[in-house]
Design a protein around this ligand. Structure first.
Ligand SMILES: C[S@@+](CC[C@H](N)C(=O)[O-])C[C@H]1O[C@@H](n2cnc3c(N)ncnc32)[C@H](O)[C@@H]1O
Length: 367
């Protein structure tokens, strides 16, 4: 594809147009909280596939999916996966997605590199493409592998959030979700599907909510139309997206620029089962990350409270924790104050959750 390298930044996130094998080498070691990888499938399609009405099915026939042999595909996989291991934080996790064409090879290399598999997930496609020729079963699912950097990693799993999303029942490893369609599916100037394998935002929504915290940095080394970046922006996570196709990268940028972050306090539960170290808000004061008397505000900056020296907040005459005051100002029964409040420091708006993550990292690296 493109040999040019171009980089573009929005707030704390980056778009990198270039070859992932080279660009991954430029990223800092142990700097990323989560990596989502949707690599070429190596489908080895030769013939055109047509529907019964003779229209052509948009399959993956692009050059990015072509390799001369399994040997070449394996070498490629091993190279990018090794780099992903280098750049992943020690408590970070990685997700791989694929079909029967490549998922077993991805899993083989992942385990050889001593990643530790936590789950495999079946994404059961509610609306799959039929097997038009009637020669095999309808291929109605993809497999995701979720793994930690090592067996000892203290990874993030937002158990309570997942349970809440699943009508208060434990989330299972089989997910029934639609393929990407309708308005969400990006189109080119001729109104044709822009990318043959654009993933649905709902899939990334679940993955990112399950395995990251607000302010975390997510890498997608095969960014395509930028689905990972779109969902990261919605959920208040930072991202780095790499793809070597300028058309996809341009479309991803345009898509993501239009996205507004959503208030996740209704979705994200404070996770008691999360293996991360607990950090009280008052620790941010003790460590000098925030100061008594400083103003604290919501993402729209239209609600402001004052930080008190004991770690409580004061809003008008009401005093309470970040969660209590967050709920009070929104007239809601509860609120995750960590994801609701921001401070301004050195002219930058910083989520207090970023400060918490910083302290967590500092604590866990001393353990
Ligand atoms: C399966 S698609 C990812 C689709 C993406 N998840 C989405 O939702 O749009 C794989 C992507 O990898 C990109 N790609 C393949 N080989 C690459 C390489 N060596 N460097 C950078 N990007 C590459 C392709 O351009 C393609 O967009």
């Amino acid at each position: 594809m493109s040999n040019q390298v171009k980089k573009f930044k929005i707030r704390n996130s980056k778009f990198i147009l270039g070859n992932t094998l080279e660009q991954l080498k430029c990223l800092e070691a142990e700097s990323l909280d989560m990596i989502f990888c949707d690599p070429p499938y190596f489908l080895q399609l030769t013939k055109e596939l047509r529907r019964p009405d003779m229209t052509v099915v948009k399959g993956v026939k692009e050059t990015w999916d072509k390799f001369s042999s399994y040997k070449e595909y394996d070498e490629f996989t091993n190279l990018w996966l090794s780099e992903c291991k280098r750049v992943l934080k020690k408590n970070g996790t990685i997700w791989l997605i694929g079909t029967y064409h490549n998922i077993y090879r991805l899993g083989f290399h992942l385990q050889n590199l001593n990643f530790w598999v936590l789950n495999d997930i079946i994404w059961n496609k509610v609306n799959p493409l039929p097997n038009f020729k009637g020669t095999r079963f309808t291929n109605a699912h993809e497999v995701l592998i979720w793994a930690t950097k090592s067996k000892k990693s203290k990874y993030t799993f937002n158990y309570q959030t997942m349970k809440k999303m699943n009508n208060d029942k434990q989330m299972r490893s089989d997910w029934n979700l639609k393929v990407c369609q309708g308005k969400e599916r990006l189109k080119d100037s001729l109104n044709k599907t822009l990318h043959s394998t654009q993933k649905p935002e709902e899939l990334l929504f679940r993955i990112i909510l399950a395995s990251t915290k607000q302010g975390d940095i997510v890498l997608d080394p095969f960014f395509g139309t930028g689905t990972t970046g779109a969902v990261c922006k919605k959920l208040g996570r930072k991202f780095i997206g790499i793809d070597n196709n300028p058309i996809y990268m341009h479309a991803a940028k345009r898509r993501i620029m239009k996205i507004k972050p959503i208030d996740t306090s209704d979705i994200e539960k404070i996770d008691t089962n999360n293996s991360s170290t607990k950090i009280p808000f008052s620790n941010l004061l003790k460590k000098g990350l925030i100061k008594p008397g400083e103003k604290i505000f919501n993402s729209r900056e239209n609600i402001k409270a004052t930080i008190l020296s004991n770690g409580n907040l004061k809003f008008k005459k009401v005093v309470g924790s970040i969660h209590k005051i967050g709920a009070y100002v929104q007239n809601k029964p509860s609120c995750n104050g960590w994801t609701y409040w921001y401070v301004r420091q050195n002219n930058k708006v910083i989520s207090i959750n970023d400060h918490r993550n910083f302290l967590r990292e500092a604590t866990s690296s001393r353990e």
